[in-house]
Ligand binder design. Structure first.
Ligand code: AHR
Length: 500
């Protein structure tokens, strides 16, 4: 097919909040243990942080990392994970039916995040605990000194406050699987009180209330409304979680599912703004898509639980293929096009657990297919997102009656002058002739980089022994003359074209 995109320098959606390039580290399976942290690994530093994983995390370009859960959060006592390691308790983790050793905790995560160069994003446990625990925890983390809890932090070797800015008020509190699940009314009240006292301890923080666990929850939409109706005045964000699935084992349908994310975002924005309207409030609640990814292959009971309360067993180690990489790239385009309201997003998770990075205990670390579109987008999407006017033929899917073959967005970095086009060709049988009109950016522009993610086999994967089966490669046909860019996009491909 042929498709056309018009973009104008002056038509801006929003400045980009680079916290949309977040990831997630949960105490689950091998994400922490033998993922980011493995004392004795050949690359481990003096704190046991795997440097091969740290290096890949930097290359991934993630900006903010959510911790420590997930479902794990709802049974977690932060006190278990601070202070001398030899005194830390071993506990049953009822989220994942594992034994938690607590060898890694808050302070280790802060050290890891500083070393890797990412912002920490923390959750407070609203499953088994409440606003009292949350106020104590933030005092431990963020209060400069002179109180029992801030002095306790200092006695643990952390003189300066951790200064954690972004906090999640619990996790998936609507889910029956959650330890201490709540009704919207119960959660809305506790979220309000927790947010209030946490802000009183540190007014500089940002807070996210839990939205629904996913868009298919029976209470979806009513949950968001009722929760925000309680805590609107004290929170900045409402969270969204979504895991893409491929129920028809059809690449076309699967890539069409990206449209569901657009619908999800619009609906949650509408609900948040409806709550604002009842208060005649100009305040706008922003969206934090703080868990998202492809996850459907490693979802059975055996993937979620191992018998015998093991320590860090391998759980949900989804192996990603070509079509998963295309979907992740396409979902990032949707996030960028909604940059006015989506100000934070965390692909879940970082390593081993449904992650862009895989490791072997004691051995190698490598990039899964989904690593590449994420890393390329994080590297090249800077500045602001511009409005793209797209004309493209469409196909009909089960997800939506009209799914345009072209899914695209454009960013402009005024500091470097770079204008970057991200484009997914959802046509699986034919290349796409794409024409982009770049209006108002000045002449003498050139293509400085043009890369694609493409593989003729949609089920191709990267493994320890074949790590680069699906990896970025140059786009062969791309040209720019004046304000007219032309490119031939391979069938079933995700592409990034950087001009300057
Ligand atoms: O990311 C895996 C799990 O998925 C998280 O712990 C939970 O929040 C979600 O249901």
């Amino acid at each position: 097919p042929s498709a056309r995109l018009i973009v104008d320098h002056d038509f801006i959606i929003s400045e980009l909040d680079r916290r949309i390039f977040g990831t997630f580290v949960e105490h689950m399976g091998r994400c922490v243990y033998t993922g980011i942290f493995e004392p004795g690994h050949p690359t481990a530093d003096e704190q046991g942080f795997r440097q091969d994983v740290a290096e890949l995390t930097r290359e991934l370009g993630t900006t903010i990392v959510r911790y420590p859960g997930g479902n794990f959060l709802s049974g977690y006592n932060w006190e278990d994970g601070v202070g001398p390691v030899e005194k830390r308790p071993r506990r049953l983790d009822l989220a994942w039916f594992s034994t938690e050793t607590n060898a890694f905790g808050t302070n280790e995560f802060i050290d890891w995040s500083r070393k890797v160069g990412v912002e920490p994003m923390f959750g407070v446990n609203l499953g088994t605990r409440d606003h009292d625990e949350a106020r104590r925890f933030i005092e431990y983390c963020n209060h400069p000194g002179g109180t029992e809890l801030s002095e306790l932090r200092k006695s643990h070797g952390y003189e300066k406050p951790h200064d954690i800015k972004f906090w999640c008020l619990g996790n998936e509190m609507d889910g029956p699987w959650q330890i201490g699940a709540k009704t919207a009314g119960e959660y809305g009240r506790i979220a309000h009180e927790t947010a209030k006292v946490m802000r009183w301890v540190d007014p500089s923080i940002e807070l996210a209330a839990c939205g629904s666990s996913n868009r298919d929850m029976a209470t979806y939409a009513r949950w968001e409304y009722e929760v925000l109706d309680h805590c609107f005045d004290y929170v900045d964000f409402i969270s969204l979680h979504t895991y893409f699935q491929n129920p028809h084992d059809s690449t076309e349908e699967f890539l069409g599912n990206i449209e569901l994310l657009e619908a999800f975002i619009r609906e949650v924005v509408a609900i948040a703004d409806a709550v604002a309207a009842t208060r005649r409030s100009p305040k706008r609640i922003m969206l934090s898509l703080d868990e998202w990814n492809v996850w459907y292959k490693a979802r059975t009971h055996e993937h979620l639980r191992k018998p015998g309360w093991p320590e860090h067993p391998p759980l949900i180690e989804e192996v990603y293929n070509t079509e998963d990489a295309l979907l992740v790239g396409g979902a990032l385009i949707t996030l960028l096009n909604n940059a006015d309201r989506v100000k934070c997003a965390c692909i879940a998770q970082l390593v081993n657990i449904i992650g862009p990075i895989m490791t072997e205990p004691g051995g190698a670390a490598w990039r899964q297919t989904i690593f590449h579109p994420f890393a390329l987008t994080a590297r090249h999407a800077h500045g602001r997102v511009l409005r793209s006017l797209i004309s493209s033929p469409s196909y009909a899917g089960k997800t939506a009656p009209e799914i345009p073959y072209l899914h695209a967005c454009v960013t402009e970095d005024e500091t470097t002058g770079q204008v970057t086009i991200f484009a997914l060709n959802r046509h699986l049988g034919e290349p796409m002739d794409l024409e982009v009109l770049l209006r108002g950016f000045g002449g003498n522009r050139q293509v400085v980089e043009a890369l694609q993610i493409h593989h003729p086999n949609m089920k191709a994967v990267n493994t320890k022994d074949a790590q680069d089966t699906v990896a970025p490669a140059p786009i062969e046909k791309v040209s720019l003359e004046g304000d007219r860019l032309q490119a031939r996009l391979m069938p079933g491909s995700w592409n990034v074209i950087v001009t300057a």
